[in-house]
Design a protein around this ligand. Structure first.
Ligand code: COA
Length: 260
């Protein structure tokens, strides 16, 4: 199947999906988002394909973000719909796919570009890559899962620093933060991605799919962690141990807990 904004290449059981809008630094316009959905749907279904490597055309950019030119006319309703559509059809779709997806970050990965890389299961960056979530400098926040996935990958403090400053970081800095798994030269990028994916493809495919589902479940249930905490906190007030603990503190004595 031919795409306007993507190149598809197969090598053995690996499929390369190459975002091919080099003159716009591979920015994600609506058409590219739609094509990515089709390409990943096909790849996840195809019995011949074991895993996917996604990268950007050219030497300068993986993806320099969502297409800012398309943002200009959006209002609250359409902006919300755009984010929701992207989440469902591409970002969550890739993250929850049944096959491993590696992002080979060959240059700028900004905004939606970094969000796309973060939706993949593994990230390898070339040493010239620059990464960031610059949305606040446009009066926006990341809308394709960046606030959640960056926080999961690098922790809340660093995520907030990157999001609030809008600064780009270098590949070695990203490696140091755990945002990318490996950094190699641009020439070695696809070889490294191939090597890693080929190793994964020697393992049991159903187990790989189960691992993806399970790791994702941990992150997803984390969203409800606060709710769980509130429920559990409340339940503590019904225990004898709570009464004993408070009484001991107020009585200036050591508590004797019974586990009831
Ligand atoms: N959306 C739409 N077009 C984009 C784009 C984006 N996110 N990023 C780059 N482009 C386009 C530029 O408008 C330019 O198009 P033109 O030649 O028709 O004018 C072309 O890609 C090349 O980009 P340019 O800015 O000239 O390259 P540069 O080397 O000077 O700068 C960047 C590179 C990545 C620093 C710069 O392009 C940039 O800041 N891009 C936007 C990043 C961003 O904010 N992304 C988040 C969006 S939510």
């Amino acid at each position: 199947m031919a795409f306007e904004n993507l190149l598809i290449e197969n090598k053995g059981r690996i499929q390369y999906i190459i975002i091919n809008r080099e003159s716009k630094l591979n920015a994600l316009n609506k058409a590219t988002i739609a094509e990515l959905h089709t390409a990943f749907t096909n790849a996840f279904k195809s019995p011949e394909i074991g895993g996917i490597i996604i990268t950007g055309a050219g030497q300068k950019a993986f993806v320099a973000g969502a297409d800012i030119a398309e943002f200009a006319s959006l209002d609250v309703k359409v902006g919300t719909e755009l984010a929701l559509l992207g989440h469902t059809t591409v970002f969550d779709f890739i993250e929850n796919g049944n096959k491993p997806v590696i992002a080979a970050i060959n240059g700028f990965a900004l905004g939606g570009g970094l969000e796309l890389a973060m939706a993949c299961h593994i990230r390898i960056a070339s040493d010239n890559a620059k990464m960031g979530l610059p949305e606040v400098s446009l009066g926006l926040i990341p809308g394709y899962g960046g606030t959640q996935r960056l926080t999961q990958l690098v922790g809340k403090g660093k995520a907030l620093e990157m999001i609030m400053t809008a600064d780009m970081i270098t590949a070695p800095e990203a490696l140091n933060l755990g945002l990318v798994n490996h950094v190699v030269s641009q020439e070695e990028l696809l070889t490294k991605a191939d090597e890693l994916l080929n190793k994964i493809l020697t393992r049991a495919p159903l187990a790989i799919a189960a691992a993806i589902t399970s790791v994702n479940a941990g992150a997803r249930d984390g969203v409800n962690g606060f709710e769980t905490e509130i429920q559990e906190f409340g339940k503590c007030f019904g225990t004898d141990d709570f009464k004993e603990g408070v009484a001991a503190f107020l009585g200036k004595r050591k508590a004797e807990f019974k586990g009831k």
